[in-house]
Structure formats: structure tokens, C-alpha cells
Ligand binder design. Structure first.
Ligand code: SAH
Length: 225
């Protein structure tokens, strides 16, 4: 039953991907990313009252005014990150832990940081219960990244910032990339890919208009650890 619903979700993601290809420049999802999307039980990451909607291609509320991202967006962001098997990645905005779980099946180690303690704790418990062992969760202001675990091959930010956070650029390895929505709270946001080359120069391109919850917690003094 679950597998059939996941397969249907994958089919919808694929067709949205093809539809958005002229804008995103990506015709088809990477096979490893598709396999990851096919493996993680999204129904385990949504509130029990919403389980019947878990495999529809929509964002859903997860409490505290936050949302689990739309599966198509999770797939696109993961694809844009181009995660390698040996990579160490940082996710800012753990939320439900769904994106964390997807990354966990694709890379060597995932660090994920969430600013709201209640969500952070629930996601940590859920990820542990479901057996995602290469994940380390943190509570704090992800605008500052996670300097004690840096540098990272990839950084994925799942809340919208008004600008590229300098601490995150700093914590990216040369050759690394960051996927991040930039714009106003809830509107006029662009999903950006930031690439850092071997000479530490960064290049930024915009991929798609998106709508994320805002990155909160302040620019440097809101750390809650
Ligand atoms: N990846 C999540 C998306 C959750 S929505 C999922 O798929 O479920 C974005 C999350 O970012 C929210 O949980 C929000 O609380 C968190 N967030 C917002 N600002 C943050 C900050 N400065 N540091 C860390 N997390 C933040």
C-alpha cells in the first residue's frame, strides 16, 4: 500500500520535473535521488491526522507554524546539491526531518540544525527510531552554520533567508555547493545554487521561484545551544 503510494508520488515528481525543466535546466532527476525519494516513508514525518495526505505533492503543516516541504521541492533541492556518497552535508532547518532522511541515504554524514527546540527534539527522536544513523541533529540558529563540524561538501537551507548568510559561505569546502531560497518571508523567493570553486570564489545562480517559511533566529546573536 505504502509502496504504491510512494510510486505514485514519484510519478508526479517526475512529471513536474519535466514540466519545470525549461526553467530549472534539469530534465530528469538523478537516479540516486529518485531511489532515495522512493525509500523514505514520508507518512512517518507528518502529523498522524495528515497521514492520508502524506504522499500528495504538497507541503503540510508540522506544528509551530512550520511545514514539511513539498516532495517535488525536496527532490529538486537534493538533485541540485549533487550529493556524493562520501559527502558531509549540513542542513539548516530540520523541521520534520524528512529532507534529513533523504540526505542520510545519499551521503556519508548529515548534520542538521533546527532553531525550534520542540521540532528539533521530535525530529531527532523520529530519525533515531527510523534508523537513520549517520545523522547528527543540533538545536540552534543555523544562520551561523555549525562551525564545530565545518567545512561541508554541501549545505542545504530549507527556510528562506533575506541574503546569503556569510557564515554558511565560509563553511563550504572549495568545490562545494549550497542550495538556498533567498527572498522575502513567504514570497518573491528564488531558489539559488551557490558554488564555491577551488580558488574559494563563489558563483551564484537562480533556479526557480519558490515559497518557504522564513529563516528566523537572527544574524549572529540568537544562538540557542
Ligand atoms: N526540511 C524541513 C523543512 C522544514 S520548514 C522538512 O522537510 O520538514 C523550515 C524549518 O526551518 C522550520 O522547522 C524552521 O523552524 C527552521 N528554521 C527557521 N529558521 C531557522 C534557523 N535560523 N536555524 C535553523 N532552523 C531554522
Amino acid at each position: 500500500m505504502r509502496q504504491a503510494r510512494i510510486r505514485e508520488m514519484l510519478r508526479v515528481i517526475e512529471s513536474e520535473f519535466a514540466y519545470a525543466a525549461p526553467i530549472t535546466g534539469r530534465a530528469a532527476l538523478d537516479e540516486r535521488v529518485m531511489a532515495a525519494m522512493g525509500k523514505v516513508p514520508r507518512d512517518e514525518f507528518v502529523p498522524s491526522a495528515l497521514k492520508s495526505a502524506a504522499f500528495a505533492d504538497n507541503a503540510l503543516p508540522i506544528g509551530d507554524g512550520q511545514t514539511i516541504s513539498q516532495p517535488f521541492i525536496v527532490a529538486l533541492m537534493t538533485d541540485l546539491l549533487e550529493p556524493g556518497e562520501d559527502d558531509v552535508v549540513l542542513e539548516v532547518g530540520t523541521g520534520s526531518g524528512y529532507q534529513t532522511a533523504i540526505l542520510s541515504t545519499l551521503v556519508r554524514k548529515v548534520y542538521s540544525i533546527e532553531v525550534l527546540p520542540d521540532l528539533a527534539q521530535k525530529a531527532a527522536e523520529r530519525l533515531r527510531r527510523l534508523g537513520y544513523e549517520n545523522v547528527e541533529t543540533h538545536t540552534g540558529n543555523g544562520y551561523l552554520g555549525l562551525p564545530e563540524r565545518a567545512p561541508f561538501d554541501g549545505i542545504i537551507v530549507t527556510a528562506a533567508a533575506s541574503h546569503l548568510p556569510p557564515p554558511l559561505i565560509e563553511q563550504l569546502k572549495p568545490g562545494g555547493r549550497m542550495v538556498i531560497p533567498i527572498g522575502l518571508p513567504y514570497m518573491h523567493q528564488e531558489l539559488m545554487v551557490v558554488e564555491k570553486d577551488k580558488e574559494d570564489e563563489t558563483r551564484t545562480r537562480s533556479v526557480l521561484g519558490v515559497a518557504f517559511v522564513p529563516l528566523t533566529g537572527g544574524r549572529g546573536d540568537g544562538r540557542e545551544e
